[in-house]
Design a protein around this ligand. Structure first.
Ligand SMILES: CC(C)(COP(=O)(O)OP(=O)(O)OC[C@H]1O[C@@H](n2cnc3c(N)ncnc32)[C@H](O)[C@@H]1OP(=O)(O)O)[C@@H](O)C(=O)NCCC(=O)NCCS
Length: 162
């Protein structure tokens, strides 16, 4: 597929992954272990970033991670990652996690976070992301505008050493 003006759409790299929660994923409270969920989220964020860029990527930061609700044994968990913004060498990826109700197929959000993924060369040094992002829907445009604000906040936090 050829991309005009070096832009790709959010849908080109949107990545969805599903998992049925097993005994080995459960913590002492009978809930999905938070660290396990973060591992899955990191993996899907990385897949979206590498599908967008075609580069090797690594995670440099995770922001606004929120555990809104728990998940339990046998629950079907759905993880969706979308590119929201592309900088020079980095991409912001929004990751939403849902519990999918068996009977109805309705999805309820249980977790959300913004990952920053960086394109790297074979020595692990940041390299430019080859494609920009073209937000199309109103939601994608709102996410893009939100990313501009989040990037400013991150710059302030980095400057202040958080
Ligand atoms: C990712 C890494 C190569 C970046 O190196 P670096 O020296 O920080 O590079 P830079 O300062 O040029 O930053 C690269 C990009 O990341 C962004 N970035 C760096 N630190 C960030 C942070 N804390 N939050 C958000 N973005 C950040 C920069 O803004 C820049 O983006 P841009 O080019 O689009 O503007 C380096 O930090 C690293 O190797 N980290 C470890 C990664 C890792 O092992 N992850 C876990 C396994 S996946």
């Amino acid at each position: 597929m050829e991309y005009e003006k070096g832009l790709k759409k959010v849908a080109d790299s949107q990545s969805e992954w599903m998992k049925c929660v097993q005994y080995e994923d459960i913590n002492g409270n009978g809930r999905l272990f938070g660290g396990r969920l973060m591992e899955w989220m990191d993996e899907v964020a990385g897949i979206a970033a590498l599908r967008h860029s075609g580069c090797q990527v690594t995670t440099v930061a995770v922001d606004n991670l929120k555990f809104k609700k728990g998940a339990f044994i046998n629950d079907v968990v759905v993880i969706i990652a979308r590119i929201t913004y592309v900088g020079r060498t980095s991409m912001e990826v929004r990751v939403d996690v849902f519990f999918e109700e068996r009977e109805t197929g309705h999805r309820f959000m249980i977790n959300r976070a913004y990952f920053t993924e960086v394109c790297i060369d074979e020595k692990g040094k940041p390299i430019p992301v080859p494609y920009g992002i073209e937000p199309v829907t109103e939601v994608e445009k709102a996410e893009y505008d939100g990313a501009l604000k989040r990037i400013e906040i991150r710059k302030i936090r980095r400057a202040e050493g958080y």
